[in-house]
Design a binder for this molecule. Structure first.
Ligand code: UT7
Length: 322
């Protein structure tokens, strides 16, 4: 039997730090409000001209280095992103060219904040079925370019960043199970304005902006993540407390806490980056994973639960023996 194991992780954050106080100078908010309601202190913002593929490339090179591999060793690239550099070619194809990995399939997966979990769920199946032996899985977004900087309900939440992992085939897991879900009926609670239905000429105009009913999204996120945590435990015959590390999507500290409570996990076993990264959309889970691997918290053999919830709505999880 073949499984997919994580051979290396990497991540990248743009240099520019944007603090809550800076935002409070431009919209009606305060550092206290943002910290109390979201846990966010600051976030990173891509430089003018810095693209999703730029962030993805840096994260990917670090993941390849950690795995002891080169671009040419890859036979699959899957990028989770909602902010591709172009409508086409895909960010994955652009990344493939930069890494010198031509030949194998390369494609983007669009599942907003669940993008990395979806990409992992897809790539893992390529590896398990023998269609690929070494896959690069990336989550990367420059969500700052989709924000309405006059909307205090959204502009305080997001940041830019990318994370990546290299999967390789192995005789033992690795990725144990992945669980992916979507419910398209909540579109108007979280979406990017810009459709012809909204009065625009095409859906990719630079005026496109994130719109969100935050408190309703919050409730749905808590509910969906609670459900997927239960589903993941049940599918693997695990009890609450069997997980070594929760590596959650970083949208709001209060959502993370609710999921940790459901798992009966103390917050010391939860990787939290939302305070410094904000919500980096598809970048958030692999960024958190890479941080905890590099600082030595996550060790080989640890059991990890990765989960995310995002626009679509989409949500998903992966149980991984690291
Ligand atoms: O990645 C997946 C997608 N996103 C999420 O998961 C985000 C989920 N939602 C959230 O994180 C939270 O709902 C928010 C942080 C967006 C908002 O927090 P909340 O506790 O749900 O606040 P609320 O939307 O219920 O608003 C409460 C009050 C409102 O004022 P009134 O009507 O009570 O006078 C808002 O206008 O807070 C106000 N408010 C703010 N005040 C200061 C909303 N945003 C801000 C702000 N600063 N930035």
């Amino acid at each position: 039997m073949t499984f997919a194991r994580i051979a290396g992780t990497g991540s990248y954050l743009p240099e520019r730090v944007l603090t809550n106080d800076e935002l409070a100078a431009t919209v009606d908010t305060t550092d206290d409000w943002i910290r109390e309601r979201t846990g966010i202190r600051e976030r990173r913002i891509a430089a003018p001209g810095e693209t999703t593929c730029d962030l993805a490339e840096r994260a990917s090179r670090r993941a390849l280095e950690a795995a002891g591999l080169e671009g040419a060793d890859l036979d699959l690239i899957v990028v989770g992103t909602t902010t591709p550099d172009r409508v086409y070619p895909s960010t994955a194809c652009r990344l493939q060219a930069r890494l010198g990995a031509e030949g194998g399939p390369a494609f983007d997966v669009q599942a907003v904040c669940t993008g990395f979990i979806y990409a992992l769920g897809v790539a893992e199946k390529f590896v398990r079925t023998g269609s690929a032996a070494r896959a690069l899985v990336v989550g990367a977004d420059v969500h700052s370019r989709l924000l309405d900087w006059s909307d205090r309900g959204t502009c305080i939440l997001f940041g830019d960043g990318a994370g990546a992992i290299v999967l390789e085939s192995a005789p033992e897991p690795g990725v144990m199970t992945t669980h992916l879900h979507a419910d398209g009926t909540g579109e108007r609670l979280l979406y990017v304005e810009g459709s012809v239905e909204d009065g625009y000429d095409n859906p990719i105009q630079s005026a496109a902006r994130t719109r969100m009913q935050g408190n309703e999204v919050f409730k749905r996120a808590v509910r969906a993540l609670g459900g997927i945590v239960d589903q993941t435990l049940e599918a693997n015959g695990l009890a609450r407390g069997d997980i070594d590390w929760l590596v959650p999507h970083q949208a709001n500290y209060r959502i993370i806490e609710a999921t940790a409570r459901r798992l009966r996990m103390p917050m010391e076993r939860v990787v939290v980056t939302v305070d410094r990264h904000g919500n980096t959309s598809a970048g958030s889970v692999p960024l958190a994973l890479d941080e905890a691997v590099r600082d030595g918290r996550i060790d080989r053999g640890d059991l990890l639960l990765l989960e995310a919830f995002g626009g679509g709505f989409t949500w998903g999880s992966a149980l991984v023996r690291f």
